[in-house]
Design a protein around this ligand. Structure first.
Ligand code: GAR
Length: 197
């Protein structure tokens, strides 16, 4: 059984895709041990609770400084006793001590075709704003392993999505989620679960 922790900051639609995949068996041999959020207002925490998953709020506001927060994040992940950490819209930079301890055991979903529109400052809607501003005709999403850099780790899966005439960042974001993110993130976990079995 692959035990995973899902780290979230927002709405949690990618978390929902994982929950659905575990339920319908398309992600085999996997248990979501915990949902961890830095953001008290994240609807993702509700999704976790509604599905009977331990859902933990770990807000930087409750710690004196970033180092204390980073230590707490590592301790919390350790306490979940997981094989894989899944960043599903987690908008906090993963501390070095977590990257080191969980080397090759952390994956992230990014809403573009890396190496386009990634790195510092590219997250959430900003990615789609940048893609539209550049006028690309194809964008997409990437699942990759997390290393010490920002969106620099080895790529696991990518899926392309067409930009359409008249797209707004919100419309494009939704299409990238529906056509790419909600498919390749569960698929990547399923691949890792099969290797783990
Ligand atoms: C997703 O589009 C995800 O790719 C993005 O945040 C959104 C979270 O949505 N992540 C990043 O931009 C990471 N750099 P969700 O909470 O509905 O899954």
């Amino acid at each position: 059984m692959l035990r995973i922790a899902v780290l979230v900051s927002g709405g949690g639609t990618n978390l929902q895709a994982i929950i659905d995949g575990v339920k319908d068996g398309s992600i085999p041999n996997t248990q979501i041990a915990a949902v961890i959020s830095n953001n008290a207002g994240a609807y993702a925490l509700e999704r976790g609770k509604q599905n009977g998953i331990e859902s933990i709020l770990l807000s930087p506001k409750d710690f004196p400084d970033r180092e204390a927060y980073n230590e707490a994040l590592l301790a919390t992940i350790d306490s979940c006793n997981v094989d894989l950490v899944v960043l599903a819209g987690f908008l906090v930079k993963i501390p070095e001590q977590v990257v080191q301890k969980y080397s090759h055991r952390i994956i992230n979903i990014h809403p573009s075709l890396i190496p386009s529109f990634c790195g510092v400052g590219y997250y959430g809607l900003k990615v789609h704003e940048a893609a539209l501003a550049r006028g690309v005709k194809v964008t997409g999403a990437t699942v990759h392993y997390v290393d010490a850099g920002m969106d620099t780790g080895p790529i696991i899966l990518q899926k392309a999505v067409y930009v359409q005439e008249g797209d707004t960042p919100e419309v494009l974001q939704r299409r990238v989620m529906e056509e790419a993110e909600w498919k390749i993130l569960p698929q990547a976990i399923a691949m890792i679960a099969k290797e783990h079995a």
